[in-house]
Design a protein around this ligand. Structure first.
Ligand SMILES: *[C@@H]1O[C@H](CO)[C@@H](O)[C@H](O)[C@H]1NC(C)=O
Ligand SMILES: [Ca+2]
Length: 231
């Protein structure tokens, strides 16, 4: 089991590491890794709300994290210490729940676990092309997202914004045109472009509060290696 987690951590780190020849800001440099869970933190993780078997918390509502913002990878790592990961929005119900949290608390933006597969390991994958439509996935569970230009199956709306910096549909990779920094991470922005609450591709170095969601992988690992620990 220990070996399994090391392998898992290595794969996950590969997912978070961009291609060697990609222009990238300091916060995306190689050599940064995913954190391992802390069993005590997992057992005492904040459980602010609950949906379909998972606990969630918003860093803005945790006193010791409330004044902090994180780049995307640090956001994942804050969550992972608690056996959680950045929130993944596979269903409209879950997405609506997070949109409501943002609206009711006037949160300007958050990170999700959404990531563009534009790093080493994503090459030669015809199924991911073109990347801006087919190349997005949830890092927390490695599940692919619906094509970005369509209403996802079972949803009544497309969660990606219809506008942004370039007045074009998201994802638009706008910062790449400004200075070569790819917008490889998925943020929910609250009316930044007069577009309501909606999904945007954003460069991963930006710092934002985050919503953490239970990670079954990490909870199962900590449960198996800490008999008797109540999670
Ligand atoms: C790219 O432009 C953004 C927005 O102006 C700026 O915040 C960021 O620091 C720039 N990045 C680089 C690598 O120049
Ligand atoms: Ca964008």
């Amino acid at each position: 089991m220990k070996l399994a987690l090391i392998v898992l951590a290595a794969c996950a780190a590969a997912v978070a590491t961009p291609a060697i020849n990609q222009i990238r800001p300091v916060s995306n440099r190689p050599g940064r890794f995913l954190s391992l869970p802390n069993p005590q933190k997992c057992a005492n993780r904040p459980k602010q709300f609950f949906f379909r078997g998972h606990n969630y918390f918003f860093t803005g509502h945790v006193p010791e994290l409330a004044n902090r913002k994180f780049d995307w990878l640090d956001g994942r790592n804050i969550c992972r210490e608690y056996c959680m990961d950045l929130v993944s929005l596979e269903t409209q119900e879950e997405n609506n729940m997070i949109f409501r949290l943002i609206q009711q608390n006037d949160v300007p933006y958050i990170w999700t676990s959404g990531r563009l597969c534009d790093f080493k390991g994503c090459e030669n994958r015809a199924d991911l092309e073109p990347k801006n439509i087919y190349g997005w996935f949830w890092s927390a569970n490695r599940e692919k997202m619906a094509p970005t230009n369509q209403v996802p199956n079972g949803w009544g709306y497309n969660p990606w914004s219809s506008t942004g910096h370039k007045k074009q549909r998201q994802p638009d990779n706008a910062e790449f045109d400004i200075n070569g920094t790819s917008e490889s991470c998925l943020s929910i922005l609250n009316n930044v472009y007069n577009d309501g609450i909606a999904w945007h591709d954003v460069a991963c170095y930006h710092e934002k509060p985050v919503v953490c969601e239970d990670s079954e992988e990490l909870l199962n690992y900590v449960a198996a290696t800490n008999r008797g620990l109540r999670l």
